[in-house]
Design a protein around this ligand. Structure first.
Ligand code: ZN
Length: 201
């Protein structure tokens, strides 16, 4: 049985790209990644990239948290609502909306894109770093800038596209060794192998 058969639901490119974005950006900033789980869509979450919070900082967790949507926009700007993509790419998503991180036009677009879970986590991480709203916004903005730099310096877009091919191969692979337990994971070992190759090549 292949993972795709075992899973029994559709896995879109957008979902794969989004989750790989979290996992590869996390890996690049030294976070210990734990593989990508395909979840029951009935729970409202199709997939989740697991990681360990050990030794991480709020900044790193925010950078990693932003990386899913950021990667979607870099790979396919049409994947997200237009206004949102533009602001993500321009780096302005946290600039004009200081008073609007909980409600307002950006969170509304984020909701439409089905990314409100990420948004809530990122905002709550940022709240842990500061009391004043301006400082919270500034933390989010800096994390976004960090991500844009890391993204280009570490060629994350390219790595995501290679890993996406491996993910799709894995989905259709008949292999008794694929970890089919209670939960279905694209194994971190496969992702590490792709990233290792990328280093050599
Ligand atoms: Zn996400």
């Amino acid at each position: 049985m292949t993972p795709r058969e075992k899973y029994g639901h559709e896995v879109t490119d957008d979902v794969i790209i989004h989750e790989l974005g979290h996992a590869i950006a996390g890996h690049e900033i030294g976070i210990v990644e734990g593989g990508i789980e395909l979840c029951d869509p009935a729970t409202g979450e199709v997939a989740r990239a697991h990681y360990s919070t050990n030794g991480t900082t709020a900044r790193k967790r925010i950078v990693r948290g932003l990386a899913g949507a950021y990667t979607q926009t870099r790979v396919n700007p049409k994947a997200l609502p237009e206004g949102l993509s533009e602001q993500i790419l321009r780096g302005s998503i946290f600039i004009n909306y200081a008073a609007e991180i909980d409600s307002g036009s950006v969170p509304q677009l984020v909701k439409e894109a089905g990314l409100y879970g990420d948004w809530e986590r990122i905002v709550s991480e940022a709240r842990e770093t500061a009391q004043e709203i301006d400082a919270i916004i500034s933390e989010l903005r800096s994390a976004h800038q960090d991500l844009a730099l890391i993204y280009d310096n570490r060629r994350i877009e390219q790595k995501v596209s290679h890993a996406k091919r491996d993910f799709q191969m894995w989905l259709d692979q008949h292999d008794e060794d694929v970890p089919f337990m209670e939960r279905l994971f694209y194994p971190i070992g496969r992702l590490s192998a792709v990233l290792e190759q990328e280093k050599d090549g």
